[in-house]
Design a protein around this ligand. Sequence first.
Ligand SMILES: Nc1ncnc2c1ncn2[C@@H]1O[C@H](COP(=O)(O)OP(=O)(O)OP(=O)(O)O)[C@@H](O)[C@H]1O
Ligand SMILES: [Mg+2]
Length: 262
Amino acid sequence: METIIAGRKQLLEVSEVTVRYGGVTAVDSVSFDVAVGSLIGLIGPNGAGKTSLIDALTGYTPIDGGSIRFDGLELGGVPAYKRSRSGLARTFQSVELFDDLTVEENLLVASEGSGISKALRDLFLPARKADRSAVDWALSACGLEALAKKHPTQISHGQRKLVGLARALARRPKMLLLDEPAAGLDTDESAELGERLRALPKDEGVTILLIDHDMGLVLSVSDQVYVLNFGRLISSGTPEHVRDDSAVIEAYLGRKELGGVD
Ligand SMILES: Nc1ncnc2c1ncn2[C@@H]1O[C@H](COP(=O)(O)OP(=O)(O)OP(=O)(O)O)[C@@H](O)[C@H]1O
Ligand SMILES: [Mg+2]
């Protein structure tokens, strides 16, 4: 059953999710919703639990409590590959690309959902039309058309990060969870990434959850921002609200990272 709030369907509904690693509670009873077509930011100091939350949503780590609904489906017990197939895609904090494949081949492998052998076969046989169009769309959404035939070793770090993003898009997800896509990018690259991310919900209908340490990026592109500290949600609201929230400023001051808040 779908949940409709203020006329917008909730694509992701996270309710009291907890993640523990032994004695460490990385995510502590966190609840939030993401509406279809929105771009939601998730910030918090180092070790706040951001990656653990993405791991829990995508099925890379089990949850110790709570529930997750995606597109009306309860995800409890659903393995990671099935969540991905249902349209919940992610990128990883460190980009791992196949250096022996071109940019476009890296995307083709990703666009094929039925296993690596089938994907490799498609590399040697003409790719199916459906895969090809998803790959072309993802290349274009990330401005990578001119780099399609290059290998990851021949392009910049910033471009490799964009390939990581395009690879996740090549599966035509309904929702994309991005773990620090701007890490290591310079100011111009980060601004370009921001523009591309902003266009994805608006022009392409892809809902986004964006985690990044680049506070300027997150606050400038997000519709709503959630703030985690020590695994707990300590603030949420518009970028303006979160930027001025004393609980957020204190959390960052406590971790000596206020330099990131501007
Ligand atoms: N596999 C693991 N085993 C044990 N503890 C872990 C594991 N992964 C993360 N943790 C701990 O869980 C807490 C949350 O870590 P997590 O990586 O989710 O934070 P984060 O907000 O993504 O941090 P960063 O900004 O540095 O990426 C930290 O205390 C971390 O040390
Ligand atoms: Mg992390």
